[in-house]
Design a protein around this ligand. Structure first.
Ligand code: FES
Ligand SMILES: [Fe+2]
Length: 415
């Protein structure tokens, strides 16, 4: 559990909050590149960290990310005309470049270029891995862009998805660094039926955490007989990125080497952009298979069609004869348990167990980083350069029981 004070510190991310300041020091995925498919195309309204923004791709292909409200008299710039290297407000025609400079004020004496000292709030953007990333922190403290493993892959080998999760970002993160739930929530048969997979056979994995310069990694260790252990190593990139290990050699070939990355980007305190990539160095991603497996059926606004309003279409008959959750799709199952914790989980009410060790470690790191920044001005982990981002990866391996995963899979930047 957390104290009320620590819980508030963890979950509040709006402008000026300590956690909000901390997460604004990182590059974060903001929207899909496919949402801005063409130059001078339709601007997109996007809410991030409790701020209402507008994104647009200008005539040169550069992407602007501005505060949605026009600096003149606050009409939405998303209504505006996107042409000739800028976004022109529909109300009085003031025009803004991707860096926020006001380049025209046609309704003022002096006309065309009289707006030079007015700026819209504008954030830096960078496109990589089919996603527009954004940096919402102080411009002079912008870190290098991380060249992460899945961002520089061959066409079709790394595919991003995006959907909205209707709860605070922290419970979404905690849902993916919780290896113990895999054998229960995602069980592919009723509770009483014999287990199919290793992670269903040993329901109480041992967790071991190792802190790193960019966050942490942890292993879920399961005994699988014959003196062997099954080891799944998950990476946690502060503040809210998680790299999930591949299913491994026992799984069907189509997913054996397929890795998953999640970023849980706060939309505001009560909702989250769940941005995920699937990537595979050995074969292109089968997108249709992934949509079906995940249960990713979306409305145009990236909200789930199968959501809490229809109680995730849980099927009680199927629970008895087919799948324990009665809920179709792994992502829908994950969202169901996180969203039903409440829009903002009250962590004063929890009773944690040993399987929650990674969750506890992540919370501690987040709280420590937010306090260190607020009280001592210390830069958060991984924002000062010198990280070999490309060498960070998740793993699934089998090792002899007496071996140590930390020695056999040494990782990088470990504390
Ligand atoms: S409100 Fe935008 S130009 Fe007047
Ligand atoms: Fe899950």
């Amino acid at each position: 559990m957390l104290s009320r004070e620590d819980n508030e510190l963890l979950v509040r991310v709006g402008p000026g909050t300590p956690m909000g300041d901390m997460i604004r020091r990182y590059w974060v995925p903001a929207l899909l590149s496919s949402e801005l498919p063409e130059r001078d195309g339709t601007p997109v309204r996007i809410r991030l960290f409790g701020e209402d923004l507008v994104a647009f791709r200008d005539s040169s292909g550069a992407i602007g990310l501005l505060e949605e409200k026009c600096p003149h008299r606050c009409a939405s710039l998303a209504l505006g005309v996107n042409h000739k290297n800028g976004l022109r407000c529909l109300y009085h025609g003031w025009k803004f470049a991707v860096d926020g400079r006001c380049i025209e004020r046609p309704t003022e004496p002096g006309g065309a270029n009289s707006g030079h000292n007015i700026r819209a709030v504008a954030y830096s953007t960078h496109e990589a891995g089919g996603v527009v990333w954004a940096y919402l922190g102080p411009a002079e403290l912008k870190p290098e862009f991380p060249d992460l493993e899945w961002l520089g892959m061959k066409e079709g080998h790394s595919v991003p998805f995006k959907l909205q999760e209707d709860c605070n970002y922290a419970q979404c993160v905690e849902g993916t660094i919780d290896t113990a739930h895999a054998g229960v929530l995602h069980r592919e048969q009723p509770w009483d039926a014999p287990a199919k997979y290793d992670h269903e056979k040993d329901l109480a994995p041992k967790l071991e955490v190792q802190f790193t310069a960019y966050g942490m990694r942890y292993a879920g260790l399961r005994k699988i007989g014959d003196g062997q252990q099954h080891v799944r190593i998950t990476q946690v990139l502060l503040p809210f990125g998680t790299m999930i290990p591949p299913p491994g050699k026992d799984a069907p070939p189509i997913i054996q080497e397929r890795r998953l990355v999640n970023y849980f980007v706060p939309r505001d305190d009560e909702s989250t952009w769940h941005i995920q990539w699937f990537y595979d160095t050995t074969r292109p991603i089968n997108v249709e298979h992934r949509m079906e497996e995940g249960g990713i059926w979306l409305q145009d606004d990236f909200r789930k069609k199968v959501n809490i309003d229809v109680w995730y279409n849980q099927d009680r008959e199927w629970m008895k004869t087919g799948m324990m959750s009665g809920i179709k799709g792994i992502v829908t199952q994950d969202h169901a348990v996180c969203e039903t914790q409440g829009r903002i989980l009250d962590r004063t009410k929890e009773h944690l167990g040993t399987s929650d060790m990674a969750v506890v470690a992540w919370r501690r790191m987040m709280l420590k980083a937010a306090r260190a920044l607020q009280e001592k001005g210390e830069a958060p982990p991984g924002t000062q350069g010198g990280i070999s981002w490309n060498a960070i990866t998740s793993e699934t391996v089998k090792l002899p029981e007496e071996n140590s995963w930390k020695a056999d899979i040494p990782g990088v930047h470990v504390a």
